[in-house]
Design a protein around this ligand. Structure first.
Ligand code: FE
Length: 342
């Protein structure tokens, strides 16, 4: 691997080699926003099948800044992210390569990948409504729009409007209904909040459990993570106080986001990076994703986990995420303009 001194330092700090991997000549370097416990089992299978060692550098923040700073000397070949937002930011920064792969085009529906192959969705997650079993009636809330209804006054909890997940939801609303309608809606939601936006998605479930609010917006997999959390069993109780509502089943469908991957423009091992992406979109890896983090595989025909199945099937909003991503900046400005988090 060719490195300058500065990138060698970064690489040493960031790249943990796979334990027990043989001294393979074939490698691929991955920067990942997805947590190691989640992806390592899949990467191990990939290495077994192909002989290609995957070196993973896990990051919580600042991946794009790092890639930009490293420029042509970046040791990274591919990136893994949760949420379309970060993929779109990388696309806009010009650090991604266009990938033309029949396998990826076949396995990933068009709505969940960039039209020119700059990024690919690998799993989807729905942004759903958590509703108190005790305090929310059967048909009281059936859409995102219902959250702006005055009947919900003082009953809603949500994390920051600026969080990636909420920005994408608001951006999808802008695509469907325009800026003006979306702003009216967001003001309505703000007026109904039980408390200032705070915490993560699970913190909203806790707030419902504790009676601070009746409904919240959260991603589907958090329900699975709470229901099965043996380390923090109190989360099982939060989950058991909550019903899952898939919003907008009568019209456009529930907003879904992706976790995804992309190959870098300055990748030194582009071929191996494409092989890795193709593997992650394969039946084997897609089933592993489904089983491990309660996400929805993108590849048609791959079954979701039993637990996810038990939540019921739903109609997803099939609007192109590429289109949604274009309106993220507008959505962020709107959140600021109306002081949603204040
Ligand atoms: Fe998440």
């Amino acid at each position: 691997m060719k490195r300058t001194i500065s990138t060698a330092v970064i690489a040493a700090a960031m790249l943990a080699s796979v334990p027990g991997a043989r001294a393979a000549s074939e490698e691929v370097n991955l920067y990942s926003y997805r947590q190691p416990f989640l992806i390592q089992p899949m990467l191990d299978v990939f290495t077994e099948k192909t002989g290609i060692t995957v070196n993973v550098a896990y990051a919580e923040e600042g991946m794009l800044e790092r890639i930009k700073a490293e420029g042509e000397n970046t040791p990274a070949d591919a990136v893994l992210t949760a949420d379309i937002g970060r993929l779109k930011d990388m696309e806009d920064a010009g650090v991604l390569a266009a990938v033309n792969s029949e396998v990826l085009s076949e396995n990933i529906p068009a709505a969940y990948r960039h039209p020119d192959g700059y990024w690919f969705g690998l799993t989807t997650r729905a942004r759903i409504i958590f509703a108190s079993k005790d305090r929310v009636g059967a048909d009281e809330v059936t859409s995102y729009e219902d959250l702006a209804d005055p009947k919900m006054k003082g009953r809603i909890c949500i994390r920051s409007g600026k969080h990636l997940y909420n920005i994408s939801l608001i951006a999808s609303m802008i695509v469907h209904k325009g800026v003006e309608e979306t702003e009216k809606w967001l003001l309505g939601v703000k007026a109904n909040l039980a408390r200032k936006p705070q915490g993560n998605d699970r913190a909203q479930a806790k707030a419902i459990y504790e009676g601070q609010c009746d409904v919240a917006i959260a991603n589907t997999y958090y329900m699975g993570n709470m229901q099965t959390n043996d380390e923090k069993p109190e989360q099982k109780e939060w989950a058991s106080a909550i019903n899952i509502i898939f919003p907008n089943q009568g019209d456009r469908g529930t907003h879904v986001n992706i976790s995804g991957a992309a190959v870098l423009k300055h990748a030194k091992r582009k071929e191996n990076a494409v092989k890795l992406l193709e593997f992650l979109a394969s039946e084997t890896a897609q089933s592993m994703y489904a089983a491990q983090n309660f996400e929805y595989p993108v590849k048609p025909g791959v079954a979701v986990s039993e637990r996810v199945q038990s939540w019921g099937s739903f109609k997803a909003d099939t609007i192109s995420l590429s289109e949604v991503a274009k309106h993220r900046a507008e959505a962020a400005r709107m959140v600021d303009r109306i002081g949603f988090d204040q």
